[in-house]
Design a protein around this ligand. Structure first.
Ligand code: ADP
Ligand code: MG
Length: 377
């Protein structure tokens, strides 16, 4: 899922002619103060944490300032802090507008109808989660003609818009639907969409690009997220690698076996924290790369749990032995292997020749890893 921060989302909004307040993204308190002092962001202004989580308004991550000093202080307070586990690396500074009403609107995919859907509600704002279903208007959209005039009018009615605001909404919906379609989005959400005089302004922007279309949008690849440096390297090498709390490394194949292995280790009091899913690969080069990555994460012990289906146990074992040879002695860790399935006997023989034993019983092997991680048999 490629989620864009509000700042990136609003850049897209501008590109599609959707009005947003004047604003600038800043990575430091100095830059924030400069943006305001130079007039790039008019005062009074809003300072908003650029994180992917929502609920910033309620969580103190949206602040207001009426002088450059206040803007600097607000940016300094938010930058580097953590919001729902995400470190704030950027803030968006934008002009504070006089809101008459806050509305909600989004384009999403309705998976049941297998169609895009437009959702609108006159009750937008930070309490959207508690708005009753009956107060949300839903219209599925036929993608061939795209969003048509009567659907836009119906949306205007549901939002209680009249006069020049109807034309405003018409242009805004046309731009947003084009964005949704052209950029392969699975969600384009504006909450709040603010009525400001006789204009409509998108005060927030949430854009998610469909994963399966991500390859068509290399421009979104550099989007910030919370990958660790090793996870970043893994991603480039197309290895499924996740680092969490915990000191036991797990190398398994397939998400199901990886998760089951995690459960078993937990069951025996272990703390699995580094997960590497070899998937269907038994390419020795890939296994070696994966193993070296695991070594860099410095686990206390590693559990290699492989089921040979399509993947062959002997090739995985061969890759593993090559990998073991390339790990420096200072970086070695206790390893417990369990390989079962296709070409199991050859695999076990290759491992044994390299001094690694395969423990066929799941319970016994899990217990051995947990004991090794504790530093004893
Ligand atoms: P979140 O959805 O994470 O809470 P929002 O961007 O929706 O963050 O901001 C929360 C609230 O802050 C909005 O509902 C709105 O009332 C107010 N707000 C946000 N941006 C502006 C702005 N440019 N001018 C005035 N008020 C704003
Ligand atoms: Mg919002």
């Amino acid at each position: 899922m490629v989620k864009l921060t509000e700042g990136r989302g609003k850049e897209l909004f501008r590109k599609y002619g959707v009005a947003v307040p004047k604003g600038v993204v800043a990575g430091s308190a100095d830059d924030a103060a400069r943006a305001v002092a130079s007039g790039a962001v008019p005062l009074p202004c809003v300072i908003k944490a650029q994180v992917l989580a929502g609920g910033r308004g309620k969580g103190g991550a949206v602040r207001f300032a009426s002088t450059p000093e206040e803007a600097r202080a607000a940016a300094a307070a938010i930058l580097g802090s953590s919001f729902q586990g995400e470190t704030v690396r950027e803030v968006l500074l934008e002009e504070k507008v006089a809101i008459a009403r806050e509305l909600y609107l989004s384009f999403a995919l309705d998976r049941t109808a297998r169609l895009p859907i437009l959702m609108t509600s006159a009750r937008g704002g930070v309490e959207i989660e508690s708005v009753d279903d009956s107060e949300i208007e839903r219209q599925t959209i036929d993608p061939f003609p795209g969003l048509v005039a009567y659907e836009r009018r119906r949306a205007a009615r549901s939002l209680g818009l009249t006069g020049p605001l109807v034309g405003e909404l018409d242009r805004l919906l046309t731009g947003l639907y084009r964005l949704f379609d052209d950029e392969d989005a699975e969600l384009v959400e504006v909450n709040p969409l603010a009525v400001v005089g006789d204009r409509l302004l998108a005060l927030d922007a949430k854009v998610i690009i469909e994963d399966d279309a991500a390859f068509r949008h290399p421009e979104f690849a550099a989007v910030h997220d919370d990958r660790t440096p090793l996870e970043e390297i893994a991603r480039e090498k197309e290895i499924a690698f996740v680092q969490l709390e915990g000191n036991i490394g797990v190398i398994a194949n397939g998400a199901g076996l990886t998760m089951a292995t995690l459960d078993v280790l937990k069951e025996f009091g272990g703390a699995p924290g580094i997960f590497l899913d070899l998937g269907g690969t038994d390419d020795p080069k890939k296994v070696t790369e994966a193993f070296l990555l695991m070594a860099q994460a410095k686990p206390k012990a590693v559990f290699l749990n492989i089921f040979g289906g399509v993947t062959r146990c002997d090739t995985v074992a061969r890759g593993l032995v090559t990998a073991l040879g390339s790990v420096a002695p200072s970086e070695r860790f206790p390893l417990v292997a369990r390989i079962r399935g296709n070409n199991e006997a050859e695999g076990i023989a290759i491992l044994r020749a390299a001094g690694v034993t395969s423990v066929p019983d799941l319970k016994a092997s899990a217990q051995a890893v947990v004991a090794a991680a504790r530093g004893g048999p």
